[in-house]
Write a protein that binds this ligand. Structure first.
Ligand code: C2E
Ligand code: MG
Ligand code: MG
Length: 709
């Protein structure tokens, strides 16, 4: 049976019927805030109140309204509650009223039902209003909180803005300064009000860094949002203020540029410190002149310019060390300061840079020197230094030696230029000081070669770069080799094969000749000893050159004795060749070692006889065995018309009279050989017979008579 077909008064008359129907109808909505049992007990109580309300006389509508309101209070507020309640009451309230003993149940039931509905609706509306009010109030509260927050963040911002140590300024898009803090205004000598009357363009200076205002332009055009530069401002009183400036753009929420904000930190002190440090790094603390680093920078700059010419005057004070040693470093320092001031005055006036390179060395850099500028400059400097320098009670004379170099930067390097200038400076010193010298590339090349040879000689000895060659010394009567002369050569790793004339002199200067000479002696003795062992009747002697320095070596006699012993060569098969100057001691007496060697049985020969004093008078005083006639004398024998013939013949006769053998050097033609033989000369050596050769080649010549005899 459908609900709508039940007539109210037929549906049973007790509370339970109403409760059952009410509970069932209310349970249909999807969501109720209580369980089925809770609902039933709640509705039972409500039904009882309604039964009592119906029975009351007059009907108690208030109690019924109260029941309606209690439904809302119990959160039974879904839309289905009211129709379900009205339905259940409509069907069962009449019966309930009747059983409750209402005087007119059919009148009472609708009144009570209506009152329930009214109570429900009234309470529900009140509740909705209430909720709306709560929401509104929450909204108001929230808005107030936001305003409060905003205001406090604004206040915080203002506080930061106003009190910041960093300068902050805001300008509109036309460049008008609209706001600035005290720090910014004060940094440039203004009050905030004064500052806000200025425009950004008031701080544009012609010497602003390149590109700075282009950056600003890009910001106000919205092309970039910020930029950071080091900007120099002019303070109101005129001095300069360096700032680290950050400019940024503020846009409105739609992105349209509104303001630019500039934040400037005063870095003047830092800049000054940097400036001072930079100056210190590039200047000499004593003389305040630019130092080596600055000079080097400037020199490199010139070299970076293709086609440029560069001139350098390298200057060193003469005998400055003596001032330091005699008068102390304080006076030395003061002299340097005075010299630096004079240099600065005369060099700067000509528009050049003068720097102190250290110690008593100074250097002048001349960019693209006009003709004769360097000579004039060097002369001016010498003249500027000429007047005495008064330091305390001392009157000091300061002179200098100057090395002058000029060249095209494309042809050299900065380091080369300085090296050349330094070398030239020493030429000036060697030529007598207080003068300038100009760099000469050829002289330098010669000296460089000498230097290289000198520096690599001992290394060359250790690495066996020196080779001994041998030239046969031939008997003029039978053309057989009587001996060989040992002649040293240097197979230099970079300079190639070098003859003795290019290094023997250097070896004498450096002292390396002692080692080199011993090397030749050892090899020559070993070769001769081996040859004589194999050819016992040959009696082949080996002739070794001895330099002046070797003859003065205290070890010489012992050395020779040791070498002879070790090689097994009899002393009479070793000949030592010395020039006249090496044979004679300071008082014209024979050098002691030579006498000792001669006593040992070693043959002593005077080499190159006829080129030096050729003083025949001293020959009898020397412990000699052989006279070697110099190639120059022999050359004269080439043609019968020269007057050399009688001289050579006379020398041979004299030598023989003294019991000496005669060897002619540099024999190139058979005519020479013939005239020598006719003159009684004993032996000869020269290209006619053989050039100097490695031992294995010369060995093959020793057995047979040599050609052209
Ligand atoms: P020196 O002792 O007078 O040696 C003879 C020089 O004449 C050698 O030159 C030789 O090659 C050269 N010569 C030989 N035959 C002829 C010729 O027919 N015509 C011409 N024009 N020249 C000829 P070298 O080898 O250049 O030696 C030059 C000098 O170097 C030597 O002159 C000697 O004084 C010195 N020397 C060579 N080796 C040594 C050494 O081991 N120790 C020392 N202290 N000096 C040496
Ligand atoms: Mg010789
Ligand atoms: Mg000679």
């Amino acid at each position: 049976m459908g609900v709508s077909e039940v007539r109210p008064w037929e549906a049973g008359g007790d509370v339970s019927a109403l409760v059952a129907a009410w509970t069932a109808d209310l349970s249909r909505p999807a969501y109720l805030p209580m369980s089925g049992a809770q609902l039933r007990s709640f509705l039972t109580a409500a039904a009882r109140v309604l039964a009592a309300a119906c029975a009351a006389e007059p009907v108690d509508a208030d109690a019924a309204r109260q029941v309606g309101a209690s439904l809302v209070d119990a959160d039974l507020v879904v839309p289905e509650v009211l129709p379900a309640t009205v339905g259940a009451l409509g069907r069962h309230l009449g019966g309930l009223a009747m059983s409750a003993g209402a005087a007119r149940p059919l009148d009472a039931a609708p009144v009570v039902a209506a009152a329930v509905a009214d109570g429900y609706v009234t309470r529900l509306r009140a509740r909705i209003l209430d909720e709306q009010e709560t929401i509104r109030r929450a909204e108001v509260l929230a808005r107030r909180q936001i305003e409060l927050d905003l205001r406090s963040s604004e206040a915080r911002f203002r506080a930061i803005f106003a009190n910041a140590a960093i300068g902050i300024g805001i300008a509109d898009m036309t460049g008008r300064i609209v706001d600035a803090n005290v720090a910014f205004a004060a940094m440039l000598g203004y009050t905030v009000e004064e500052f806000c009357k200025l425009r950004v363009s008031d701080f544009v200076y012609p010497d602003d860094a390149d590109g700075m205002w282009e950056l600003y332009q890009q910001i106000i055009e919205g092309d970039r949002d910020s930029a950071r530069v080091e900007k120099r401002y002019r303070h109101r009183d005129g001095h300069l203020v360096w700032t680290d400036l950050t400019a940024s753009l503020i846009r409105d929420p739609t992105g349209v540029p509104l303001y630019t904000v500039a934040m400037a930190e005063d870095i003047t002190t830092r800049r000054k410190l940097q400036e001072r440090l930079r100056r210190q790094a590039l200047h000499d603390p004593l003389t305040q002149l630019p130092n080596r680093t600055l000079f080097q920078d400037r020199l490199n700059t010139v070299f970076a310019r293709p086609g440029a010419r560069v001139g350098v005057c390298y200057l060193d004070l003469d005998r400055f060390k003596a001032v330091n040693d005699r008068l102390g470093h304080d006076i030395g320092d003061q002299l340097l300061v005075a010299v630096a001031a004079r240099l600065d005055a005369c060099v700067s006036a000509r528009g050049h840079l003068v720097a102190r390179m250290g110690g008593d060395e100074f250097v002048v850099l001349v960019e693209d020197p006009p003709p004769h500028e360097l000579e004039l400059l060097a002369q001016t400097v010498l003249e500027a230094l000429a007047p005495p320098v008064v330091v305390g009670e001392h009157r000091l004379t300061a002179s200098a030696s100057i090395g002058v170099v000029e060249c095209a930067v494309d042809e050299t390097t900065p380091a080369e230029v300085l090296k050349s200038a330094d070398v030239t400076l020493y030429w000036a010193k060697a030529e007598g000081r207080n003068r300038w010298a100009r760099f000469d590339p050829e002289r330098n090349a010669r000296e460089m070669t000498r230097y290289t040879l000198s520096a690599t000689m001992l290394h060359g000895l250790e690495h066996d770069e020196f080779r001994v060659e041998y030239q046969p010394i031939v008997r003029l009567d039978d053309g057989r080799a009587a001996g060989v002369e040992a002649l040293v050569r240097w197979a230099h790793p970079t300079l190639g094969r070098l003859g003795p004339d290019s290094f023997i002199g250097l070896a004498e200067e450096s002292g390396a000749i002692v080692q080199l000479g011993r090397h030749v002696l050892v090899e020559a003795c070993e070769r001769a000893a081996a040859w004589n062992d194999a050819h016992p009747r040959a009696e082949l002697f080996t002739s070794v050159n001895l330099a002046v320095r070797q003859a003065q070596e205290p070890e010489l006699v012992d050395d020779v004795a040791r070498i002879l012993k070790r090689s097994g060569l009899p002393p009479h098969l070793l000949q030592l060749e010395l020039t006249e100057s090496a044979l004679l001691g300071p008082e014209g007496r024979p050098v002691e070692a030579i006498t000792a060697l001669a006593e040992m049985g070693v043959r002593i020969a005077v080499d190159d006889f006829g080129t030096g004093y050729s003083n025949l008078g001293y020959l009898p005083r020397l412990p000699l065995h052989t006279v070697k006639l110099a190639g120059g004398l022999v050359e004269g024998l080439h043609s019968p018309t020269t007057g050399a013939g009688p001289i050579v013949a006379g020398m041979i006769v004299l030598a023989h009279a003294l019991g000496l053998d005669v060897t002619a050097e540099g024999v190139e033609t058979s005519a020479q050989a013939e005239r020598l033989r006719a003159g009684g000369c004993d032996t000869a050596q020269g290209w006619l017979y053989a050039r100097s050769l490695p031992w294995r080649d010369v060995e093959q010549l020793l057995d047979d008579p040599l050609p052209h005899t």
